[in-house]
Design a protein around this ligand. Sequence first.
Ligand code: MN
Length: 476
Amino acid sequence: MKFWFITGSQKMYGEETLRQVEADSREIVAGLKLPFPVEYRLTAKTNAEITAVVKEANYDDECAGIITFCHTFSPSKMWINGLSLLQKPWLHFHTQFLDSIPNEAIDMDYMNLHQSAHGDREHGFIGARMRQPRTVVAGHWKNPAVQQQIADWQRAAVGAAFSKSLKIVRFGDNMREVAVTEGDKVEAQIRMGWQVNTWAVGDLVKEMDAVTDADIERLVEEYATLYTFDSADLDAIRYQAREEIAIERILVREGAMAYSNTFEDLYGMRQLPGLASQHLMSKGYGFGAEGDWKTAGLTAIIKAMYPDGAASFMEDYTYDYAHELILGSHMLEVCPSIAAGRPRIEVHPLGIGHKEPPARLVFEGRAGAAKAVSVIDAGGRLRLIVQDVICEKPFQSMPNLPVARTMWRPAPSFLDGLKCWILAGGAHHTVLSYDLTDTVIRDFARIMKTELVCINEKTTPDALERDLMLGDIIYG
Ligand code: MN
């Protein structure tokens, strides 16, 4: 994915000034150190040029968004027709080529060239007047903190592009009687672009039967390079490899980057996928247990925003009120990207589901600041809920807990954090991300026009209740 840089100007300054505007714009673009490339596209001088470049941006699948900046004045009526067609994320970069005013050099020509201070106000007005979702970044382009805001927006825009073409495969339905994993798949597609469809578990079993011993051996060798085998039950480990290969073949065939399954529908399968789902997540696939296609989608998006990051499907499981910590884990499926050390492959019985003991990765999550992110169907719309958490090294070894685990303390404080999460309707399933920032998720929600509830050190339960009521008015 890449981003287009469009500089706003107009014809009245003459060719020499416009050449300088272009040269300066190219220098700005070259000076941006960002996770995704930016390409200087043009200095836009007319309504026709702006309309044409917006149409091209809309059409180009590799263009993840546009960045605009008015080096000179660029009258905004020229922008209305183009902006009204814009379907890509928009960042208005309110910068200036030089960071200070040269005492001797400044004259009227200089001011006419370096006038984003008023050109960008005209540009900001039309964005506000048209109520176009946009991210505004203000500051000199060489400032690393300013560049970081653009980097965050890029991640959000890449996540948005990914979301809009995301396919989610459901193996089986949602867990019986569970409310929060349900949701309006049509609304999710309208809003997020997700194509959520179901595949028979029998089709997966057929695919599993077609996996050869040689395929399995290759994957087991890969497991050995990444994980420590802590079980003699190689047959159980091989079976997980068979499941992983079959699931991935279906995902690849369907062009899907996320899937869900449920322990209640494993007809014809001997084990609930554990190690299989964990290793698939580490490769970037989104996953949701118990049919939770929404968390599967969200996991995939956050992994797409941070390809080398640490993010996992997660579940709030058990509290330690005394130490003010939440134990996060799952029956099996926690991504090893969040592991503090080298994960072990173990085989243990599963208390539910009446299947054979599945192989799984066991590890402790790493310590550090993170975010728990939930997406719920709030009735007619999706709501994103993001809570700041501090992950701590588990203070006990928990030798009889044979699953990956992590412990964290939510913001603003343990008890208010719990209260806020419950008030907001946050699910027990989340994505735990060590990379996601407030700026990224805010930009993402803005681009997707989706309700966002952030719970952080500044949140109080009373203020949150009011925000939720406002959300009901705005989005309800
Ligand atoms: Mn669960």
